[in-house]
Design a protein around this ligand. Structure first.
Ligand code: PLP
Length: 404
């Protein structure tokens, strides 16, 4: 008789987005005349840039002719894309990352979920609170997190690093020593970030205690301030302690196209064993690569035309972010984020929980956001709005909130 992986049964139900959908449905059935505006989405809405579409078309045509047809891609991904990433994201920033340290993938969610496989089951993980839930849930599935306390909403073997207004939504070095540290800056859901000097402290700490940092750089393209690092490899010593995950989803609208990359420097070792060799083995055994067509689309992200078009796309979303940020400030809310990230993190009015504020906004303004408590216990009383909507909807939503 087969047995299941019982770790899956430990996972508490993820009710966040289903509860939101249910509440929104109920509201629109009761008030069919009211137009609801959704600023809760974590998905992009602008179409793919022309340079990317052109590249996709060309690659599709190549697949239709025997001379240029491509089958299985090389294990680590096509060299044209790995070179483009190494040159533009690393060498151009003075970071020493070689093309053969880059593993092309189908996205940062998959990479952040899969990467834990190459570590021992008794490693301890540290995460920010609130957090992108994938980091924790995939470690639960692997049996690495101990037991769940339903009341505190925490796992016994996970080290939580609260990110609150008191610490500018930046984690502090943990008191207990972790083996694996998950960091994501600019951050989802808080929209906060840390300076290069602050990130350097994390790199120094990881090297000192022998921990590895898994650095999720999915929102790198939204950085506008000069002292915010675009990659962890801007920090000295990061080659010996950090894996970086990159995504084409938020900078180029690839959420439905699917493309990402993991950087595993060859200096990152446990004894004599490089993590690069383990990830290469895992990639070769379990993955057959992102489609050729999609990797060509990824290459176009780094073309001159692609860069210019995507700069405009990011500016469009960040203009929304600015409108939300300023509008909410004018309305008297305590807000943060929205400067180096497409997320605005606000405090619910005094005395309201995240879900109470969700109901209040839906019922009185017809605006949908995401309750902060859905991202972890320290997210309670906070609320996330995103800049991924259209400008018209964003303006209408903010004006409705201001009129409350
Ligand atoms: C959206 C997002 C990603 C991107 O995941 P993909 O699989 O590349 O689409 C990764 N990390 C965080 C924190 C995100 O919010």
């Amino acid at each position: 008789m087969f047995k299941i992986n019982e770790n899956y049964l430990k996972l508490p139900g993820s009710y966040l987005f289903s509860t939101i959908a249910k509440k929104v449905n109920e509201y629109s059935q009761a008030h069919p005349e009211k137009k609801i505006i959704r600023l809760g989405i974590g998905d992009v809405t602008q179409p793919l840039a022309p340079a990317i579409i052109e590249s996709l078309h060309t690659a599709v045509d190549e697949m239709g002719s025997a001379e240029s047809f491509r089958g299985y891609a090389p294990d680590l991904g096509y060299e044209f894309l790995r070179n483009a990433i190494a040159d533009n994201d690393y060498k151009a920033r003075g970071c020493d990352i070689a093309a053969d340290e880059i593993f092309v993938s189908d996205g940062a969610k998959c990479d952040s979920g899969n990467i834990q496989e190459i570590f021992a089951a008794d490693n301890r993980i540290a995460v920010c609170d609130p957090v992108y839930p994938v980091y924790v849930d995939t470690n639960v599935m692997a049996g690495r997190t101990g037991t769940y306390d339903g009341k505190l909403e925490t796992w016994s073997d996970v080290i939580y690093m609260p990110c609150l207004a008191e610490n500018d939504f930046a984690p502090e070095l943990p008191k207990e020593t972790p083996d694996i540290i998950y960091l994501c800056f600019p951050n989802n859901p808080t929209g906060s970030t840390i300076t290069r000097a602050q990130l350097q402290e994390w790199v120094d700490y990881a090297n000192r205690v022998g921990a590895v940092i898994i650095y999720d750089a999915a929102y790198e393209a939204y950085i506008s301030e000069a002292d915010v690092p675009h990659t962890i490899y801007e920090c000295e010593g990061a080659r010996a302690c950090a894996i970086e995950l990159r995504s084409f989803s938020k900078n180029a609208g690839f959420t439905g196209v699917r493309l990402g990359a993991a950087v595993v420097p060859k200096d990152l070792k446990c004894g004599d064993v490089t993590l690069h060799s383990l990830w290469a083995r895992r990639h070769g055994t379990k993955y057959n690569g992102a489609p050729y067509i999609v990797q060509r689309a990824g290459e176009a992200v780094y073309s001159q035309a692609g860069k210019a078009q995507l700069k405009e796309q990011i500016a469009y979303y960040m203009n929304n972010a600015k409108y939300i940020l300023n509008g909410l400030k004018e309305a008297g809310y305590t807000v943060s984020g929205g400067v180096n990230a497409p997320y605005i993190w606000l405090k619910a009015p005094e005395g309201m929980t995240s879900w109470e504020f969700f109901d209040y906004l839906l019922e009185n303004a017809g605006v949908v956001g995401t309750p902060g408590s859905g991202f972890g216990p320290s997210g309670e009383t906070y609320f996330r709005l995103t800049a991924f909507g259209s400008y018209e909807n964003t303006v209408a939503a903010v004006d409705r909130i201001k009129a409350l």
